[in-house]
Write a protein that binds this ligand. Structure first.
Ligand SMILES: CC(C)(COP(=O)(O)OP(=O)(O)OC[C@H]1O[C@@H](n2cnc3c(N)ncnc32)[C@H](O)[C@@H]1OP(=O)(O)O)[C@@H](O)C(=O)NCCC(=O)NCCS
Length: 183
């Protein structure tokens, strides 16, 4: 079996490698997936190049469905260099939404952060319109800490003007997580 950094019930998480290019391109070229992301939808050519760039990058986990070895998602997990705080983010192939895979991966990364990396606090941000992401973060046990009104823009209107949206900030502390695990 492949050597994963994190194993969950159905998934294996590891660093990206060049061989992930085709599966990763399926995610990056989907305009529905990128709608709430801080980047534009990739062309296929740019997506394949991006897979090379991200290979080995320790800020990202490639999420692999163990039964088929298919790469189905990406989890971002980066040290904010601010009092032991990491930020988590994710994007998954649309064909694999609605099966609990993203939640399972996020839970795995949260556990890994608190138990292996000595992380103290994990944060996440989601556009108030991104209901799938908001539900995932609630289900992962993260607390809603605040809503920042019209704080960022990753979309433009028909005149090319930025559309600003509200963002919910979530957080969970290691103590809270441990208490829930009965640690
Ligand atoms: C955000 C995103 C990862 C969420 O994906 P998702 O598949 O909806 O999320 P989950 O893994 O939590 O799956 C939840 C759904 O799976 C269902 N499900 C089916 N089998 C399940 C199982 N075994 N375990 C748990 N849930 C299961 C749940 O009922 C739930 O459905 P519901 O939301 O209709 O109630 C996905 O929409 C995405 O990639 N979006 C684009 C990128 C993006 O916006 N990223 C976030 C930026 S902040």
């Amino acid at each position: 079996m492949e050597d994963f950094i994190i194993n969950t019930e159905r998934l294996g998480l590891r660093r990206f490698c060049r061989e992930d290019a085709e599966d990763f391109a399926e995610i990056l070229t989907d305009e529905v997936v990128s709608y709430f992301e801080p980047y534009d939808t990739y062309s296929r050519e740019d997506a394949l190049k991006e897979a090379e760039k991200i290979a080995g990058d320790e800020r990202f986990f490639a999420v692999v469905l163990r039964e088929s070895n298919k790469l189905i998602g990406k989890v971002y997990f980066e040290d904010q260099k601010f009092f032991g705080t990491y930020e988590i983010g994710y994007s998954f192939n649309r064909s694999f939404w609605g099966k609990g895979y993203a939640l399972e991966a996020a839970r795995g990364v949260i556990k890994y952060g608190f138990t292996e990396l000595n992380v103290r606090r994990i944060i996440a941000e989601a556009d108030v319109r991104n209901t799938r992401s908001l539900k995932l973060l609630d289900r992962a046990g993260m607390r809603r800490e605040g809503v920042y009104i019209k704080s960022a823009s990753f979309q433009k209107d028909e005149n090319g003007e930025p559309i600003y949206s509200d963002y919910v900030t979530f957080a969970i502390l290691r103590d809270e997580w441990q208490e829930r695990q009965g640690v």
